[in-house]
Design a protein around this ligand. Structure first.
Ligand code: B3K
Ligand code: ZN
Length: 878
């Protein structure tokens, strides 16, 4: 239990800062135990109120105003603030000298030391662990940073902006001074220092300026940066072409570090990355790793305009930079790779993470209205649903008008700390659209449900579509106003072709896909000149983040999965068909009844695999079965994890039996010859081949283990090797042990590959997995101090291994709760994320619910708990 209940921060209490900081001068002398920070702030009063600076875990050595040292009676300090009682009326300079201990910083926020590299993470509120400051995003300033360190031990000294001076100092020390001419909030400050190597390239911007690009890595990793560098250049070019945004400094730097709380950070001119998203060679990185590297490099780079040049007024506006930047990176990937496959995987992600969040105890609006710990709000709702909101505007106005709206947003707010209102006003004025009702998406939480039904009138040749919307209550929001929901619609004729659509009141038929606007609780649309009964294809491309219930019959789903011209809806129809079948199998297991039989999915697989022309990546998506977690979500209550696992395995085996010849032939045909290339085309073939392998592994009469073992032995790239190892890790027997051992022996020195080895074992469905995971927490490849290791072993177990985390006796829950508490002492942010594994406790039967609640209460009641874990545990229980 916390002795003091933390107080929530509320959006409605926002007040502008009482002081502006025009310039920041930092002098930082690095030392593991006592880094000294001398800060000089040029300050100006802007409004009423005392000068109260944020500061945590700092030792205050000196305070001066306009050069005069202040006695202890002129200020007060506590664990969170430095308050100066009186300051001059006009401009003044505030100087502080403080010290902090990077080596003791295991929370990895502020300045920390890891693998002998000094590194900072300031978003959201880490700068206050480096020096006393007005640590809020609407205080923007020009930074000059001078870093001093031992020249031999710490030869590379980096910060934001351009380097302006460097030199040697007494006692074997040296310094580098950096100047960032762009005003920025403190959360974008960065410092990295250590014995780093780098690779370099150049980029010429659209106006002809040459920018130096550097990627810094630990020595020995220089040859693993080529893909990242290429991705950076593609992202820079794309932002110029798609959004007219050019890079603005002379140098752009990326640093890869191994201990990092999240994926990466967009600090101005000096992005810091989790090395998982930089380092790649074919034999160590999978296709998924390459794709993630490209997307995250682009995401962080795109923040330079959406986040840095225009930042957020306060943390409630986080979606302003995150949702928009995710939308931008999704579009980039859509252009670089397969657009339909990207859309499918984004929707998969949204449904897997955001829908459960929106339907559970931690539901919050895309723009939350209160928080206890802001780091808990870097969520799927803010990021992924936030991106969907931008996408809906894009869908409604089309690309050209959207671009006009964005141009106006950049023109109006460059250099400012903006709000969601500013964004919507610019979009509304620039793209000429009324977004008044649409704005509810930002303040109402929950996933709206759309009900659709259609009626064909053969005599009148009309098709009438009715749609209605409801949104269930969410915490603090019992009632919802109707949303503005754009629904793209098509009507498919018996020949599988789209009909031209003509709505009532229109003179002639037009496009084959139309965006209908559902703005009331109900709406009706009548299509004319419909010559035969159509099959409706609704919510094409997933034009809104809603749950659609269209009451489609099984034969309509089969029809759409074969014929829909909209790839997303083809995939959707296949998923719905398989889900329906699986749910009836789960039900049959529970009731002892008989399940519905359906061979449609297998037939579709057979047809797709034998078709003359196929897009392998798309086929890989459409033939994969919905995950166990998705099925649990669909069931929603009294979930039986064993029945779900059993049903899914049964269907997998029966599909494999039905189509084994086609699977095997595709498995052979999809083999990629020649050297590995990470490009989407080859990756798609590997993806399909490996889905075939996962089916073949359970096909009767095939020795799945032998096939996987052969692939494991022969693989010349990590994608094929991991796919085979995943199959083997789920089949008891000698091949399993041999493969896991061989993999370990080969890769034990590569920490990123070892993360894969840990995750594969943590997600195995075999009995005894929990004991194995416990054993692995003692393995030299694991440490609680590194977030990637925690995520690989413990988070994978808790959130990806539904079967074993929800062990009927509660052993999985107890283990994860122990780890949350252990981790909370080291790294509250990562511990809070892990606590999220308990959020779906209401989905389960009474026994499991009781066990999960017991662990949540044990967590919430622990003495000295962090604000981060406290907020998640108490809100989950509420
Ligand atoms: N802006 C950072 C995330 C910061 C998380 C702080 N807890 C990375 C990103 O979204 O690009
Ligand atoms: Zn971001």
């Amino acid at each position: 239990m916390r002795t003091e209940e933390p107080r929530p921060i509320r959006l409605k209490d926002y007040t502008p800062p009482a002081f502006a900081i025009d310039e920041v001068n930092l002098d930082i002398e690095l030392d593991p135990k006592a880094t000294k920070v001398h800060s000089r702030l040029s300050m100006r009063r802007m409004g009423d109120g005392p000068l109260r600076l944020d500061g945590e875990k700092l030792k205050l050595l000196e305070v001066r105003i306009d050069g005069e040292k202040l006695g202890a009676n002129r200020y007060s300090v506590d664990g969170e603030h430095l308050t100066i009682f009186e300051v001059p009326e006009g401009d003044f300079t505030l100087e502080t000298v403080t010290s902090c201990a990077p080596v003791e910083n295991t929370a990895l926020t502020g300045l920390y030391l890891s693998s002998d590299i000094y590194c900072t993470q300031c978003e959201a509120e880490g700068f206050r662990r480096i020096t006393y400051y007005l640590d809020r995003p609407d205080v923007m300033s020009v930074f000059r940073t001078r870093i001093v360190a031992d020249e031999k031990k710490v030869p590379v000294l980096l910060s934001n902006g351009n380097p302006v001076a460097s030199g040697k100092l007494k006692g074997g020390k040296h310094f580098v001074e950096w100047h960032d001419p762009f005003r920025k909030p403190a959360y974008l400050f960065a410092l990295v220092a250590g014995d780093l190597a780098h690779v370099e390239d150049k980029f010429t911007t659209m106006s002809g300026r040459e920018v130096t690009l550097r990627i810094f890595v630990e020595k020995g990793n220089e040859d693993r940066c080529d893909y990242a560098m290429g991705a950076l250049k593609r992202a820079m070019k794309w932002d110029e072409e798609a959004f007219g945004r050019e890079y603005d400094l002379d140098i752009f730097m990326i640093v890869a570090v191994s201990a990092f709380n999240m994926g990466a950070m967009e600090n101005k001119g000096l992005n810091v990355f989790n090395d998982k998203y930089i380092l790649a060679l074919p034999d160590t990185a999978t296709d998924a790793d390459y794709a993630a590297i490209e997307a995250i490099i682009a995401h962080e780079y795109f923040h330079n305009w959406t986040g840095n040049r225009i930042t957020c007024r306060d943390w409630f506006q986080l979606c302003l930079k995150e949702g928009l930047t995710v939308f931008r990176d999704q579009e980039f990937t859509g252009d670089m790779r397969s657009r339909p496959v990207k859309r499918i995987s984004d929707v998969r992600l949204l449904r897997a993470h955001q829908f459960p969040e929106d339907g559970g105890p931690l539901a919050h609006p895309v723009r939350p209205d209160s928080y206890i710990e802001i780091n808990n709000f870097y969520t799927a709702t803010v990021y992924e649903k936030g991106a969907e909101l931008c996408r809906m505007i894009h869908t409604m106005v089309g690309p050209k008008r959207f671009r006009k709206g964005m141009d106006l947003y950049f023109e109006r707010h460059d250099g400012e700390a903006a709000t969601v209102e500013n964004f919507l006003d610019a979009l509304s004025d620039g793209a000429k659209i009324d977004l008044t009702q649409f704005k509810r998406w930002y303040s109402q939480s929950g996933t709206p449900e759309v009900l659709a039904s259609g009626r064909y009138d053969a005599a009148r040749k009309t098709y009438t579509l009715k749609m209605s919307q409801v949104c269930a209550p969410t915490p603090g929001q019992p009632m919802k106003e109707p949303y503005h929901i754009p629904v793209a619609v098509g009507l498919v004729g018996a020949n599988g072709r789209d009909m031209k659509l003509q709505l009532d009141g229109e003179e002639k038929p037009g496009a084959t896909t139309r965006v209908l606007h559902l703005t009331e609780r109900e709406g009706t649309w009548r299509f004319r000149n419909v010559t035969e009964k159509p099959v409706p294809s609704l919510l094409r491309g997933f034009t809104a983040p809603v749950k659609l219930n269209a009451h489609l019959k099984e034969r309509d789903l089969v029809f759409l999965m074969r014929h829909d011209s909209d790839s997303f809806n083809r995939w959707e129809a296949a998923q719905r068909y398989a889900t329906g079948l699986l749910l009836s199998m789960v039900e049959a297991r529970a009731s002892g009844g008989t399940a519905r039989k359906g061979t449609g999915f297998g037939e579709m697989i057979r047809d797709l695999l034998t078709a003359k022309k196929i897009d392998p990546d798309f086929v890989a998506q459409i033939i994969a079965l919905p995950s166990e977690q998705t099925l649990a979500q669909m069931i929603g209550r009294d979930v039986d994890v064993d029945a779900i696992h059993g049903a899914r395995e049964e269907l997998r085996a029966s599909i494999a039996a039905q189509t084994k010849d086609e699977l095997l032939s595709a498995y052979e045909r999809m083999k990629v010859d020649g050297p590995y290339r990470p490009e989407a085309e080859d990756a798609g073939r590997r993806a399909l081949r490996n889905v075939c392998l996962s089916y073949l592994a359970v096909a009767p009469g095939k020795d799945g283990a032998a096939l996987a073992a052969a692939q494991f032995r022969e693989a010349d790239n990590m994608t094929d090797s991991i796919a085979a190892l995943t199959v083997l890790a789920n089949i008891e027997g000698p091949e399993r042990i041999a493969a896991l051992d061989a993999f370990y022996k080969r890769w034990q020195k590569n920490h990123l590959v070892m993360d894969k080895w840990l995750a594969i074992q943590a997600t195995s469905a075999l009995p005894g997995t929990l004991d194995e995971v416990k054993r692995l927490t003692q393995h030299p490849a694991f440490t609680m101090k590194n977030p990637n290791k925690v995520r690989a072993l413990i988070t994978s177990f808790a959130s990806m291994n539904q079967l074993h985390f929800h062990d009927a006796k509660g052993a999985g829950y107890a283990f994860v709760a122990d780890k949350v508490l252990e981790l909370d002492k080291l790294n509250p942010q990562v511990a809070a994320r892990l606590t999220g594994a308990f959020r779906s406790w209401r989905q389960f039967g009474p026994k499991r619910r009781k066990l999960m609640v017991k662990e949540l209460k044990r967590i919430a009641g622990t003495e000295g708990l962090s604000r981060d874990v406290y907020e998640i545990a108490t809100k989950t229980l509420a």
